[in-house]
Design a protein around this ligand. Structure first.
Ligand code: NAD
Length: 356
């Protein structure tokens, strides 16, 4: 088992990565008075009941609480209902909440943990690749509201993150690709070695592949969080591919496309913008696009460009016909100036890149 420390003074915590750790955890080490596993309707049957039995076998009090799987559940009303369940069951400040599932479970459960009794402890047990390399680390919690995704939320760091790669065995291929997009993003923006490892191994994804890429991604994300917990500037590096990616998800009403697929397309166009500005070399852009394609992710946006630009301008509150982008200058490195990570790009250039 590998352990990565996220150093955030009194909010520091460990990320543990291994195979089969969900079957072996000693919950007595957490020392809580009672435990609540919050999960979705799919993960409940795959891992929720097993985890509940493991905790019961350790003679500890545990409740298994679930909600319907999917992004639609990541809302204000569901958060309120789950919080009320905790209250009815008598959960207090000495209790521990366990978020078992993908990013939806992690964001929603973390959100509840941040407001229930003005904040109680929770741990993340991510079961999708996306959650293991990204959403379970960093303490961003939240829910969607009709006005936009993740608009209500808090920064609330977990007490621990336990990543069991065994859970990936049941994860559908499309969800694996969803996580691969974020891993390619880490390689492209911060780690040339990771990028080259992906180039060599993207088709042979075995246990060692997952252990290596999850550990590297978790380390990269942890170091960013340590320097910029609340997204003042450095954390924006994680947004590469996301400005255009979010707009694509938005225009499709978050249906029919995964977050990773949208980010993959976003990286292709944002990489192109960087190349047009003379930062990213053509050859590195082509390598990025080839890797995205080999991962089985889409590389082209074929929809309405005017609508896409409108969403981007609204979401990012564009000023002077410019939007801000993270711009790679070569594989593993982005443009920076002093502490600045995101740079203004004229809408005309963005339109031009989206058009061809
Ligand atoms: P998800 O949680 O909806 O999971 C995808 C699907 O996989 C669900 O149907 C789920 O039930 C199923 N599933 C989960 N684990 C499984 C397993 N081991 N085997 C089989 N099926 C399994 O989606 P996601 O992609 O994990 O997360 C997306 C969410 O993460 C979005 O809401 C996004 O906003 C959020 N997110 C948050 C952050 C952050 O920093 N907090 C970062 C990135 C994304």
């Amino acid at each position: 088992m590998k352990t990565i420390r996220v150093s955030l003074k009194d909010k520091s915590y460990d990320i543990r990565i291994g195979k089969g750790i969900l079957r072996r955890i000693n919950f007595r080490n957490f020392g809580a008075s009672q435990y609540a596993i919050i999960t979705d309707s799919i993960v409940k049957n795959l891992y929720g009941r097993k985890l509940q039995r493991l905790i019961e076998d350790q003679r500890l009090e545990v409740e298994l609480i679930d909600f319907p799987a999917g992004e639609v559940s990541k809302n204000w009303v569901e958060a309120g209902n789950l919080g009320r369940k905790l209250a009815k069951l008598g959960f207090d400040r000495d209790s521990l909440i366990i978020a078992l599932g993908g990013g939806v479970v992690g964001d929603l459960t973390g959100f509840i943990a941040s407001f229930y009794l003005r904040g109680i402890d929770y741990i993340q047990m991510p079961t999708t690749l996306l959650a293991q390399v990204d959403s379970s680390i960093g303490g961003k919690t939240g829910v969607d509201i009709p006005e936009g995704k993740n608009l209500f939320g808090y920064f609330h760091q977990p007490k621990e993150v336990c990543i069991d790669i065994e859970t990936l065995e049941t994860l559908p291929e499309r969800e694996i690709k969803n996580g691969l997009a974020e891993i390619i993003k880490y390689g492209m923006t911060q780690d040339r070695e990771l990028f080259e490892f992906l180039e060599k191994n993207i088709e042979k994804r075995n246990e060692n592949f997952y252990l290596r890429v999850i550990e590297t991604s978790a380390r990269i994300k942890s170091r960013i969080i340590e320097h910029d917990e609340k997204e003042k500037e450095l954390r924006k590096i994680l947004n590469y591919g996301h400005t255009i990616g979010h707009a694509i998800e938005g225009i499709k009403g978050y249906r029919g496309i995964t977050h990773g697929e949208a980010v993959a397309i976003g990286m292709v166009y944002e990489g192109k913008i960087s190349s047009e500005l003379g930062f990213l070399k053509r050859n590195d852009l082509e390598r990025q696009n080839k890797l995205i394609d080999r991962a089985g992710l889409p590389t082209r946006y074929k929809g309405n460009i005017k609508g896409l630009l409108k969403i981007m301008k609204r979401d990012k509150k564009s000023r002077n016909e410019k939007l801000y982008f993270v711009l790679p200058i070569k594989i593993g490195k982005v443009k920076t100036r002093k502490n600045q990570i995101a740079f203004p790009v004229k809408i005309d250039l963005i339109r031009k890149c989206l058009l061809n």
